[in-house]
Design a protein around this ligand. Sequence first.
Ligand SMILES: O=C(O)CCC(=O)C(=O)O
Ligand SMILES: [Fe+2]
Length: 307
Amino acid sequence: MNLTNDLQIFSADVSPATLATSIAKHGYAVVQDLLNKKKIEILKNQLAPHLDSVDLGDPDPFFGHKTKRFGALLSRCPLTREMLIDRLVLGTADLVLGPHCVNYQVNYTGVMYLSPGEIAQSIHRDTGFYPIQNPAPPLTLATMWASTDFTRENGATRIIPGSHLWSDRREPSADEIIQVEMCAGSVLFYTGSLLHGGGANRSGTARCGVALHYSLGWLRQEENQYLAVPVEEVRTYSKEIQRLMGYDLATVNLGFADHKHPNDILNKTDSDSHGVLGTKEMMEADNAVQRFKVTSTSAVGRARIKV
Ligand SMILES: O=C(O)CCC(=O)C(=O)O
Ligand SMILES: [Fe+2]
């Protein structure tokens, strides 16, 4: 495949620091071959029965009339639990989101399966539903895992490099858009304030991406993980996944239930050493968080731009 020129594209042995630097500067980075051929097949096999049972199209044109979507992936597609805690991904999230929160969390899980004939999605920011003016520090970090090749013809994600640094008033021109062509098994990382959208599928086969997004722990999750996955099933997951799903304090005094640590309630354990409302270490981490400076509100709406 001839890949888009000038793409910030790295091999799987890249360091989290290099990825975080690219994401800070360009708003995105692509890592090739994070899933090997065997894993891609497992992923496809786990997605297949759900794709079969999902209808094409959604009344909201934003979601696409010829796109199949479903969420609750941590439950529906077990391999995503492994992908979620990939060391390169979490190492990068530590650097991108870590400065602005004590804990980050799962924000969204979902499949975007663009059938032939799908038109381009409007250009938007994934963080548009948070009423925070842009430019802003990263609120979310998205990973889009290609389970098929992403090509110009089949609807590879369109992005506007650098637009994570723009104000809400700036709109992109057509020549600022690039398409992220990547082979199956590759991953596109981008921050939620990067302007982007799905491409048009002019090919004869579907384009399928698996999106796993992370956000600052003090924001509301886009996909409510407490309801997306039955609690009995969550109890069988590792502590790391439970905590990423939100069964943790976001910081001192944030996210407890009945004045107990959420992980204790989930696992029916007694409050362990971290205590009910957070530890001394958590308070220290809280004090190290880079705080947002909010000076004004604005009437600018969220971007949904037809380009
Ligand atoms: O399908 C894609 O490439 C991107 C989809 C997207 O950005 C979204 O639905 O928010
Ligand atoms: Fe999006």
